[in-house]
Design a protein around this ligand. Structure first.
Ligand code: ARG
Length: 304
């Protein structure tokens, strides 16, 4: 691992340059992605989904490949899993579980349409080299609601994940779990309302949380980047950071400027097709933390 490695990022904001005063360090990551060969919107389980609005699957596949290529360009390892037949939302790999210290807690889905994904993801996590893969008792939608922030796990509830999953995840991972109640149905998963930028820095939309949760976030993260409604409404917070580079929806321009001011490097991508299902870069990405690196070149590797 070379935390100060510099990468060439072939994206629009590269030209903006980086503030010399504040250089942040990236760390190598290992991401699991699902190739969206079944992606479509045929049911509506969040307010973004409208079965009347057609999805261009060819364009979606191109956008997903650009996301994968952005990770590879940044030097990260990408493990790709196939899309289970008849599972249009399986592309949202973040929901497949949460992995910390090489231990995976699998998902249990709230909506019947996504239930079969859980077993497939547990199988793929094992194939990706995670030896301990737990099947949970209570509903948790993986990294959609469980964001690892340094030593703690921020845990969204209110729409999908069951609050009883918090004690379960804490017991299985040995990590402190911080419950956060989501109150706006557009931000139904925590990863649509908050984003972990590095071990001590997060970004979030305050209005997406109830007053108690807002106070908790203010207390724990006084330096947080507060994101505005416009950037949140393009799913700008559904972003993936390696500690330095932040892959985010290209429409979230003010958030990108805020990141730049804080010494992060915004890496904009276009995932407009996936927004039709309520997803963005983070939804498509499950981080494998503490898992053995099987592919040190960081080239795409497919797990059957
Ligand atoms: N249509 C999917 C659902 O409603 C989108 C999931 C997005 N994933 C995420 N991590 N926020 O479940």
């Amino acid at each position: 691992m070379n935390p100060t490695r510099s990468v060439s990022v072939p994206f629009a904001l590269h030209a903006v340059g980086e503030p010399a005063s504040h250089v942040r360090a990236a760390s190598d990551r290992r991401y699991l992605l699902c190739r969206p060969t079944e992606f479509e919107v045929v049911y509506a389980i969040n307010p973004w989904m409208d079965v009347e609005v057609p999805v261009d699957r060819g364009l979606a596949l191109q956008q997903w490949e650009a996301l994968r290529d952005a990770y590879l360009t940044l030097g990260h390892e990408v493990v790709t899993v196939p899309n289970g037949v008849g599972l249009p939302d399986m592309v949202f790999a973040a929901n497949g579980g949460v992995v910390v210290d090489g231990i995976a807690v699998g998902a249990r889905f709230a909506n019947v349409q996504r239930v079969p994904e859980a077993a497939l993801y547990r199988q793929h996590l094992r194939a990706a080299g995670i030896d301990v893969v737990h099947e949970p008792e209570f509903v948790n939608e993986g990294e959609g609601d469980l964001l690892v922030a340094g030593e703690v796990i921020l845990a969204g509830h209110g729409f999908r994940s069951d609050h009883r999953a918090h004690a379960e995840v804490a017991a299985l991972t040995g990590r402190e779990v911080v419950p956060l109640r989501l109150i706006d149905p557009r931000y139904y998963h925590l990863d649509t309302a908050a984003c972990v930028l590095d071990d001590d820095t997060i970004a979030y939309l305050p209005e997406a949380f109830d007053p108690v949760s807002r106070r908790e976030l203010e207390r724990r993260f006084p330096q947080a980047v507060l994101v505005d409604e416009h950037d949140a409404a393009v799913l700008g917070l559904n972003a993936v950071s390696d500690g330095r580079n932040v892959v985010l929806n290209q429409e979230a321009q003010h958030f990108a400027a805020q990141l730049h001011d804080r010494g992060f490097v915004p890496v904009p991508v276009d995932l407009s097709e996936f927004r039709k299902a309520g997803g963005g870069p983070k939804c498509c990405t499950l981080e494998l933390r503490g898992a053995p690196v099987t592919n040190p070149q960081g080239l795409e590797e497919v797990v059957a």
